[in-house]
Design a protein around this ligand. Structure first.
Ligand code: OGA
Ligand code: MN
Length: 286
């Protein structure tokens, strides 16, 4: 068991902190886990360097925070059904997560966080941007905060993985799309408050994301679209963000409730392999 206390240092950007003096191959003390959990809630994303952990150690680390939730939309690491394979294949154009989004906001109880381990990284490029949804909320006017406090929004996957989505995905892991009906596609949908209380920090968060928030509940698309666009633009201003450069063995552990992220698609496919483990969250309250 590692007895040392991890060191936590804010990035200097809009979100996140670097964690050092820690070896994730060893079993962490309860105090260290509690410290990391609190830091996750405070900083939104924790970055670790030079952690050459095995897939089993990855799962064990994740399990210290919450039970692991499998992702039905992503491929799996062979032999590890609970580890998603996040990669861009050779010749592939799109990458996974190449727009601002947060993971699993379409679930009734959205995942607490995701732990992404870099296995192979391209020589150049393939960074990930993160943004701070606490600051996004805090920097709105009191007038708009009051309006947002009354609203809920619809989060869903139909525009991505549904029959007319940009990356249709069948429920069965079968690439033959012919003759399939809409109900065969992997569609999830749920409603969340637009402003939530963060389950760890207790702070208010703007909980909408450009990836999966489809509309303000009870509004027309015409009313909803420009309004959400304005909120998304506000939430992704450079001042709120931090850009992380990966090396093999780098890890980012982000909280899905108070951050959004964006995988920059500026490299050839084939050279970037990441493993992701996602852990269970709790119901969100306004
Ligand atoms: C993800 C994701 C970002 C990246 O795994 O959820 O969005 O940089 N990945 O690979
Ligand atoms: Mn993601």
């Amino acid at each position: 068991m590692s007895g040392d206390t991890p060191t936590i240092e804010p990035t200097g950007g809009g979100v996140g902190a670097h964690v050092s003096n820690i070896d994730l191959r060893t079993e962490l003390s309860d105090d260290s886990v509690a410290l990391l959990f609190q830091a996750l809630g405070d900083y939104g994303v924790l970055f670790f360097a030079d952690q050459n952990i095995t897939p089993d150690q990855h799962l064990a680390f994740a399990g210290r925070f919450a039970p692991v939730v499998p992702n039905v939309f992503l491929d799996q690491v062979p032999g590890y059904p609970d580890i998603s394979l996040v990669q861009k294949r050779k010749g592939q154009r799109y990458n996974i997560g190449g727009d601002w989004h947060t993971d699993h906001s379409y679930d009734k109880e959205p995942a607490l966080g995701s732990i992404l381990v870099a296995r192979e990284t391209p020589e150049r490029g393939g960074d990930t941007l993160f943004t701070n949804m606490y600051t996004a909320y805090d920097t709105l006017s009191d007038g708009l905060k009051e309006v947002l406090g009354q609203l809920s929004s619809v989060h869903g996957t139909s525009h991505v993985y549904g029959v007319a989505g940009n990356r249709p995905r069948l429920v069965a892991q079968d690439e033959d799309m012919r003759g399939r009906k809409p109900e065969d596609y992997a569609i999830k949908e749920t409603i969340h408050p637009v402003v939530i209380r963060h389950p760890i920090s207790g702070r208010k968060v703007l909980y909408v994301d450009p990836g999966y928030t489809q509309k303000i509940d009870g509004w027309t698309d015409e009313e909803s679209e420009p309004f959400l666009k304005m909120l998304f633009a506000h939430a992704t201003r450079p001042e709120l963000t931090y850009r992380f450069q990966w090396k093999p063995g780098s890890i980012a552990f982000w909280d899905n409730r108070c951050t959004c992220h964006y995988a920059v698609n500026d490299y050839e496919g084939g050279g970037r392999v990441m493993h992701r483990v996602t852990v269970e969250g709790v119901p969100l309250v306004a």
